[in-house]
Design a protein around this ligand. Structure first.
Ligand SMILES: Cc1ncc(COP(=O)(O)O)c(C=O)c1O
Length: 401
């Protein structure tokens, strides 16, 4: 039989989806499952989005569309960026893709030759590793343990950039930790970035509207405008607008990079569908009450999660200030056994399996994100399920012997 390309051996199915599948199976078997596993916002966009999509169906052009994204879509994105102080971008600086994941994949192909290095902090969003492996890049992981609140320090960044990686990939607010860098922290990292002109900087900031406690969203470009020559900003409709399945993501950066993404689009996808484009424009330009209200709700849910995490002896959970994740260090449970079921807990995967088996609560093991001492709680489940799920988590911990 002919063989598959070696890159397929490097591509792995998503660990997050595996937990979600197991939770789904147990639910189908009649178990009472509360899912804290998948990173979906769990709300739908406002009615104007569906009206725009329906309207687009009646005006189908019957043609292929722009490889960059329709002008009206890119214009809406440029205006949207302006609202968070990322100004001065034109259509030529931007491109759309089938979700941020696709845009990041395009960038990996456009920026990384085989063997080039991409550096990024750990914990990381799982797909960073998978995408880097598919394009056969070298990965330099920059460990940011719970003791440093899962945040990269300027000294760590300096040491990493001194090795001249082709790309430094940064994610703020973070999936999986929910950490958000303050203005001062971004300023300090930006001061390091300006010293290393040979490295592209990707800021995957798709949760930029989901920031709590009034700390605001900050980008390296705000801190040091000269970095605009090398910073590539990533955004998406998936989380902010409750539209993960619609698949709309964006980048903004130097014209050459936007053009490279357009070229990749022209080969991979040609264009975003017209109906999706119309829905995306409506989301970006229409009433913003749904995302605003959801952000308030997520902040309240964050408080609920933290009240329980802070009450469990041995659990250390740096306080998230954005997105909809918490990432507690549960390593105090390792080497112990869950009394009622006798399930032994040697590591994060055992912990998540035992928690799911014993209490019907699905979380994702931290090792999926490069931090095996922790697990990820995605707290977007329906509000009535949140407290019971957290109580079961607390009970589980109390039952460890
Ligand atoms: C940090 C981060 N970047 C990118 C993505 C991908 O988003 P999209 O749905 O736009 O592909 C996700 C999705 O979970 C994410 O958490």
């Amino acid at each position: 039989m002919p063989r598959l390309a070696s890159r397929i051996g490097r591509a792995k199915p998503s660990a997050i989806m595996q937990v979600a599948e197991k939770a789904k199976r147990l639910k189908a078997e009649g178990r009472d499952i509360i899912s804290f596993s998948i990173g979906v916002p769990n709300f739908l966009p406002g009615p104007h989005v569906y009206e725009a999509a329906a309207n687009a169906l009646t005006h189908d052009s019957g043609q292929y569309g722009s490889n960059r994204g329709a002008d009206a879509l890119i214009d809406a994105f440029v205006a949207h960026m302006g609202e968070i102080g990322l100004t001065g971008y034109t259509r030529a600086n931007c491109a759309a893709g089938i979700g941020a994941k696709h845009v990041i994949y395009n960038l990996a192909e456009a920026l990384l030759d085989e063997g080039d290095t991409i550096a990024f902090p750990t914990p990381y969003w799982t797909s960073y590793v998978d995408i880097a492996e598919i394009v056969n890049a070298k990965i330099d992981l920059l460990p940011c343990p719970p003791e440093q609140n899962y945040k990269l320090t300027p000294a760590q960044l300096d040491a990493a950039l001194a090795k001249k990686p082709r790309v430094f990939l940064f994610n703020n607010p973070s999936n999986p930790t929910g950490m958000v860098y303050s203005k001062d922290e971004i300023n300090a990292l930006a001061d390091v970035l300006v010293k290393y002109p040979d490295t592209w900087v990707i800021t995957d900031d798709i949760y930029n509207r989901m920031v709590f406690d009034g700390i605001g969203y900050h980008n390296f470009v705000h801190a040091r405008p000269e970095l605009r020559e090398r910073v590539i900003f990533i955004d998406s409709l998936s989380k902010t607008y409750g539209m993960p399945g619609w698949r709309v993501g964006f980048m903004a950066g130097p014209e050459t990079i936007a053009q490279a993404v357009v070229t990749m689009n022209s080969n991979h996808i040609t264009n975003l569908p017209e109906v999706t484009t119309a829905a995306a424009i409506a989301a970006l330009t229409g009433p913003q009450d749904v995302p605003r209200q959801k952000n308030v709700e997520f902040q309240a849910k964050r408080d609920q999660v933290m009240a329980v995490m802070d009450s469990i002896p041995g659990v250390k959970c740096p306080r998230p200030q954005g997105a909809f994740y918490a990432f507690p260090d549960i390593s105090a449970a390792f080497g112990r056994t869950h009394g009622p079921t006798g399930l032994a807990i040697g590591n994060d995967v055992d912990f998540c399996n035992a928690l799911l088996e014993a209490k019907g609560v699905a979380c994702v093991p931290g090792s999926a994100f490069g931090e095996p001492r922790a697990l990820r709680i995605s707290y977007t489940c329906p509000t009535p399920q949140l407290q019971p799920g957290l109580e079961r988590f607390r009970e589980f911990f109390a039952e460890l012997v």
